[in-house]
Every structure is written in structure tokens, then in C-alpha cells.
Design a protein around this ligand. Sequence first.
Ligand code: ADP
Ligand code: MG
Length: 468
Amino acid sequence: MTRDTWGRVKEQLKASVGQNNFSAWIEPLEFSDLSDGVLTFLVPSVFMGNWVDRYFRDSILHEVNASGQSARRLAFEVRETANEAESPAAPAEEAPRPARAADPAAEAQARSLSAFAQTGAKLDEKFTFSSFVVGKPNELAHAAARRVAEGGPVSFNPLFLYGGVGLGKTHLMHAIAWELKERSPEKRVLYLSAEKFMYRFVQALRDRDMMGFKELFRSVDVLIVDDIQFIAGKDSTQEEFFHTFNALVDLRKQVILSADCAPGDIEGMEHRIVSRLQSGLVVDLHPTSYELRLGILQSKCDYFGQQFPGVQIGDGVLELLAHRITGNVRVLEGALTRLYAHGSFMHREIDVDLAQECLRDLLRTSDVRITVDEIQRKVADHFNIRLSDLLGPKRNRVYARPRQIAMYLAKALTDRSLPDIARRFGGRDHTTIMHGIKKIDQLRIEDRQIEEDIAMLRRALGGQDAQA
Ligand code: ADP
Ligand code: MG
């Protein structure tokens, strides 16, 4: 293949992967060689090669083969940059292999170990306790995970972790498995998704090897099953899971489970299973807070900083992300990845403007629309008064001041008109609202406490000014 052919293939890829992906991942690939079915590119970093291989391999191979070339796999070589001194790689030392014992018991053992290895899912090297950032929303789950990972006497069984998508359930489960493997290498720790559990179960049924299946699962010391909501409603899998689970708990072997909601809320899960699940320790991961998101971003920056040396993230960028991307942590990471990628291709610092430009789609969808209703509730909470008093007629300052602050915030953070806001404050006259706003405008200058209250409420509401 020539560079020209690659150029044409690239055009096809632009259509199939989309402009954004194209400029982030395909454009920077430098064609180097195609021989023996191996298509080699020069890339700026190992990270980028891994990424492209993981997400765009199929598209690339498809287009290359469609152009009449023949490629089976991709290879990547990191392009050397002038300022990077190459560190010689240590020669891989091969561990001396023990001579195979030829006795049947050892062979049976080896067979069972290999079935074991095939059943468990690969653990992600990045998902360890040291890379897990702890904050208020996840501290309980983290503490419970730590406790289980110590591998002491089983004190709660099962440990049941639940929470929304991307809040760190899988990360914690892998961390437990890593830690256990390190502390007690002799223990058999099996981690797999509920989907894989079902797959193995169906396979055992098909191969008429239920004995093997049961033996395998009952021989583990620690069983970790991720996303068990998956088997809800799948009756026979659920049944088998229940037996396995009971058997292990009876043997006092630790079981750790996760789901996207509390045991009682998993639809289609049998009642007796639910109550068994609830009999251990059930902890949830709460949605992330601003502080936790910022902490996670800072820690990811340490990692990305090594992958993309030379990329600078400007002041305020992480704050922008933590503020505006409030959903799952995976999206937050995706945003950061994209910023680093852009930074490394464009050779310039990522400042707030560039970040906004480059993440426009993400920032837009996570824009929260604040409602007057929400403001009123938060303000009442903040000042510890009842919502009915905030909206009611009492003129005492304990109520009147928070009421005016709520009016002020309603004007600043929503695009409601004054008459509209007035209606939502118990049908007051809009001049009352105007007066309230003026009052707060003035007090903000004189009274630091009020200024602080407002700042705190704005943060709690995740507010951007409506007119901004
Ligand atoms: P879940 O299984 O709950 O859907 P994951 O464990 O897969 O979520 O987490 C999604 C991504 O977010 C992972 O890359 C994970 O490393 C990261 N993540 C989530 N919570 C944290 C945290 N507290 N600290 C560091 N990374 C986190
Ligand atoms: Mg998960």
C-alpha cells in the first residue's frame, strides 16, 4: 500500500467514524508499512495506539480491505520526538518453568485451574485502590471494599455494592480482587460479570457438564459477580446463581456482588434471592459531588500527563469539567482524554476556551436547567425553614430574607420573567419580587454573610447565570 492509497482509505474512514473521531484519532496516524497482513502506523504515544486499536481497528481493517489491500491486524510504533531520550527497555526475563509433574492429580488440578482462568474476566490494571479517589459519595462503599479486601474472617456476606452507571462499582470490585491476589496468592479469587456467569451456565448445560460447572464455582474462595441485575428475569440462570451463592455463603466464602440498583429494586429478581442478598452488607455509591469529580480529574491528570508529555492543561479547565459534566465518571474521563488528545495534536495549551470548543457536545447535554422550584427548596433547606414558610405570608426577617434570596436566585439562574417568578412565590405582585432583588443586590455589598450564602447556594444548584 502506498501513502496515496492510505490517503484514500482515510477519506472513507472519515465518513464511517465521523468527523470528531476522525480528527482526534485517524488523522494523526502516519502510515508506515503494510506487509504480511500487518498494517503499521507511527503514532505519538503508546496510549493513542492502544486506543485506536481498541476502538477503530475494525473500521480501519474494513476500509483497507475494501480498497483491495489485505490487512489482518494493526501495529503501532511510537514516533520518536526530538526531546524524548529513549530509555533502553529491560530485557524481558523469562521465569524458569517448573518441570511438569506427570501424575494425574496434578493434571486434574491443572485442568481445573485452566477452566478457572477461562471463566474469570481479566482484571483491569488501572482499577486499583490506589487509583480510586475517595469522597463523601463513595466513602462507605470504599471502606467496605477495603475491609473485604483485607481477606480476614468473613464479617458480612455478601457485600452488595450498588449505584448508577459509571460511579465506580467495577473499579472497586477489581481493586478488591487485585488486593486479595496480592495479600493471599493462594486464594482462588474469581471475578466475572453476571453475563459471563450466564454464558458459562448455558455452555455447561449444552455440554452436559453441570458437575464441572458446580465444582468450579464451589471451589472458589472469593466470588465476585458484577452487574447481577443482568440475570434478573432469566429464571434458570437465576436459580443456579442462587444455589451457587448459598453454597458459598454456607462455606463461609466471601461473595461480592454489584448491581445498578438496590436488591429490592431489581425488577424480576426472585423474592427469596432478594432477601438473601439483603442479608449481608448493602452499600450504595452516591452520585458524584463537585469535589469528588475535581479530585478524580486531578488524579487522572497525573496519569494522562505521563501518556501525553508536554500537554498543558490551563487554569480553570478541570473546574469547568467538574462543574459541567455531572453524570458518570466515564464521561468525565472521556472528556479529559479528548482534551489531552487535542492538546497533543495541536501542540498548544488547553485553556478554558479550547476546552469549551472541543467539548461542546458534552457540555451542552449536561447543562442543567435550574427550576424556580428547586431554588426554593434548596434555599429553604439552607436556612432550615419550611418551604411553606418560605412561600407564605410571614414577614418576620427569618423568613423574609431567605425569601428575597430565593427571588434573587430565581432571577439570576433561570430565564423566567418577573411576573412569572412572582406567580411562583405564592402569587405575589411582581413589584415585590423587584424590591426583593434590589434589597439583596444591596445587601450583598454590605453583608459578607449574605454574599457567602448566595455563593454557596449557587454552587449547590450548579448554577451558571442564565444571561451568561
Ligand atoms: P460502574 O461499574 O459503576 O458503572 P466503573 O467502575 O466502570 O463504573 O467506573 C467508570 C470509570 O470511572 C472507570 O474508568 C473508573 O476508573 C472511573 N471511576 C469511577 N469512580 C472513580 C473514583 N472514585 N476514582 C477514580 N476513578 C473512578
Ligand atoms: Mg460496571
